[in-house]
Design a protein around this ligand. Structure first.
Ligand code: S3P
Length: 431
């Protein structure tokens, strides 16, 4: 039998790593970034910034970024290749839009099927010129301008990527831009800007919408940034410890921003023994140590209002649900269709192969927990989606590694150290 035991520091947060690079490139002066996540996605952002004339070097464990200001990007000589990274594409399209340069963005097959018009429709409204493939996709050509209009944007889709793209654009727009979110999403861009002492105003409106007001152009002074541990990466080990009998682990230095720690609340409602001990703030983000013990889980209903705060954790929550007593219902998952894979389909098709009872109706999932009975090897299709690969790697520990996961390498997109960290926690115990 296998269990998880001991303590671990998971790698730096992916969302913050992208933003640390972009905002230090848009600051004036030298920034040292520590604990940057060196995953495929983040390295795409780093290479694109270099292509836009930003000097970035590595010295020992730190990355040094020499920022050129909010209007300092130079026209690239090459295509800007975002690889698999939706965050790179959406945020960088926003960041370059208020600079008077032409940029061609490309991505891999999966990214080339994901919507970019969800960002560019707003940028076109304020004066950027964009040519998209089939009106929605990469490759795209954007011609930016330093005379974009300051207006109010109402964001209907719950997406931190859309919001962040507009915030980054607004940093070099002359005048007041307001960005209004009807459903709150992760707020790392706002927090990092506040940490960098940029004067942005955030308020909750009477109707509970969130309004972010920027008054550009900004000159942001560089300040060193530390990246806290990634809660989404931690979620795989947390669920692993919950479902592997006799497990007991502590994950250190994990970011516990309320827009990212909803999965801990969901798991606690399912009966998980999880304790969070707050430590100190790191570069504007709350951080803590998380202790998790094996627990008997029970099924619950997760309402649609939580979906923006759980967006990256649904695959591993589905694994937890498959081991819980009773039925777990996850409602309002339409945004999962727009991730690195159609995650509803990735979860449902693989669960069916494993004999886990799962129903899908109108972007809602019902999962019926029970003991896994896997007798022969079963192929798991990751659809090249890192979070699907990691979720099934955890489930695999419960079935003598009989699952053959088709493209384990895609884990490098967000967590190159996953295998090392998993092996560090894993122990054999006698039944
Ligand atoms: C991210 C936002 C989320 C998330 C993605 C990272 C970010 O996407 O799924 O992994 O860093 O802003 P959406 O905001 O489009 O839902």
């Amino acid at each position: 039998m296998l269990k998880f035991s001991g303590s671990l520091k998971v790698s730096g947060d992916k969302s913050i790593s992208h933003r640390a690079l972009i905002l230090s490139a848009m600051s004036v002066g030298k920034t040292k970034i520590s604990n940057l996540l060196e995953s495929d996605d983040v390295l795409r952002t780093l290479e694109i910034l270099k292509e836009l004339g930003i000097k970035i070097i590595k010295e020992r464990d730190e990355w040094i970024v020499y920022g050129n200001g909010t209007n300092g990007f130079l026209e690239p000589r090459k295509y800007l290749d975002c690889g698999n990274s939706g965050t790179t594409a959406r945020l960088m399209i926003g960041a370059v839009s208020s600079n008077p340069i032409n940029c061609n963005f490309i991505g891999d097959d999966s990214l080339s099927k994901r919507s970019m018009s969800r960002v560019t429709e707003y940028l076109e409204k304020i004066g950027a010129t964009v040519h998209l493939t089939k009106k929605d996709f990469l490759p795209l050509l954007i011609t930016g301008s330093d005379r974009l209009l300051p207006i109010n944007h109402n964001i209907k889709k719950p997406s931190a990527q859309i919001k962040s793209a507009l915030i980054l654009a607004a940093l070099n727009i002359h005048g007041k831009t307001k960005i209004i979110e009807s459903i709150p999403t992760r707020d790392h861009t706002e927090r990092l800007l506040k940490f960098l002492k940029a004067n942005i105003k955030i308020k909750k409106l009477k109707n509970k919408n969130i309004e972010i007001e920027l008054n550009g152009p900004y000159e942001i002074r560089s300040k060193n940034i530390k990246v806290a541990g990634d809660p989404s990466s931690a979620s795989f080990f947390i669920v692993g410890a919950l479902i592997l009998p006799k497990s007991n682990i502590t994950l250190k230095n994990i970011m516990i921003n309320p827009s990212r720690n909803e999965f801990l609340k969901v798991l606690k409602n399912m009966g998980a023994k999880i304790k969070v001990q707050k430590t100190k703030k790191i570069s504007g983000e709350e951080v803590g140590n998380i202790t998790v013990k094996y627990s008997k889980l029970k099924g619950i209903t997760i309402p649609p209002s939580k979906s923006a705060f759980l967006i990256d954790e649904y695959p591993i929550l589905a694994v937890a649900a498959s081991q819980a007593k009773g039925k777990t219902v996850m409602n309002g998952l339409s945004e999962l269709r727009h991730k690195e894979s159609d995650r509803i389909n990735s979860i449902v098709s693989n669960f069916k192969k494993l004999g886990i009872k799962i129903n899908e109706i109108n972007n809602n999932l019902s999962i019926y927990g029970g003991k896994l009975k896997i007798e022969k090897q079963i192929k798991i299709k990751t659809f090249n989606d890192h979070r699907i690969a990691m979720s099934f790697s955890i489930l695999n520990l419960l079935c003598d590694r009989k699952l053959k996961i088709d493209n384990i390498k895609c884990i490098n997109i967000s967590y190159p150290e996953f295998k090392n960290h998993l092996n560090k926690l894993l122990q054999y115990v006698n039944d």
